[in-house]
Design a protein around this ligand. Structure first.
Ligand code: GLN
Length: 230
């Protein structure tokens, strides 16, 4: 506790495989989210312990008291605000439709009638699909992580997927995935760092102050540039 010189350690939920935000390289966690929360912790004098898991398990783990905070490319939504408090936004994102490189009959959400659409459980992409499946007449298949979802479309087992634009753009640029984005962005949103609602005001204040300090010092830009280029 306070006064004994020992920094508090917070348990941080992260998505297992979500480059450029969080991924493993040479046995270490790396990425924008990892560097940001590490720098915030350093700035604010707390320790962190990373707990990687499927995205869909993060909010339930917070509610079960197994995590103190989450940074996982998590979009700030009204629905989630019922169970978590979000930091100030730290990244602009939004959803896009993705198909195989040789797909020519899907250019927009309106072209999905009778198609199979892959999504990741518990994400805004999954919610978007659930809310529009009836209107556009497509079928949904769910996956626990993004690589499995990408694979399903690359294999031709699903016709399309819905993913956050910065994540799929990075994946396409880094790997020969055989996938392409199509159509306009499906929405716009912002990422925030989450703490369990109403229980961690002190921690949330440290996170917001740390984030502000990183923006002022130039460290925030440095971290984004490291993964996204100038
Ligand atoms: N931004 C999306 C969401 O919050 C996806 C996050 C993720 O897959 N890690 O639901």
């Amino acid at each position: 506790g306070d006064g004994d010189g020992e920094a508090t350690t917070y348990r941080v939920g992260i998505d297992t495989t979500y480059p450029p935000f969080e991924f493993e390289k040479d046995g270490e966690y790396t990425g924008i989210d990892i560097d940001l929360i590490t720098a915030i912790a350093e700035d604010q004098g707390f320790e962190i312990d990373f707990n990687p898991m499927d995205f869909g398990g993060i909010i339930p783990a917070m509610q079960a008291g197994q995590l103190d905070l989450a940074i996982a490319g998590m979009s700030i939504t009204e629905e989630r605000k019922n169970v978590v408090d979000f930091s100030n936004p730290y990244f602009e994102a939004g959803l896009t439709l993705v198909v195989k490189n040789d797909t020519t009959d899907i250019e927009a959400i309106e072209d999905l009638e009778g198609k199979k659409v892959a999504v990741k459980t518990g994400t805004t992409g999954a919610t978007f699909a659930q809310n529009s499946a009836d209107e556009y007449g497509f079928e949904i298949v769910q996956f626990n992580d993004s690589p499995a979802m990408f694979q399903e479309v690359a294999n031709g087992n699903a016709d399309a997927l819905i993913e956050d634009y910065p994540v799929i753009a990075y994946a396409i640029a880094q790997n020969d995935l055989g996938l392409q984005t199509v159509g306009d962005r499906l929405n716009g949103d912002q990422y925030g760092i989450a703490v369990l609602k109403g229980q961690n005001a002190d921690l949330l204040e440290k996170i917001n102050t740390g984030l502000e300090n990183l923006r002022e010092s130039g460290k925030y830009d440095e971290i984004l540039n490291k993964y996204l280029g100038e």
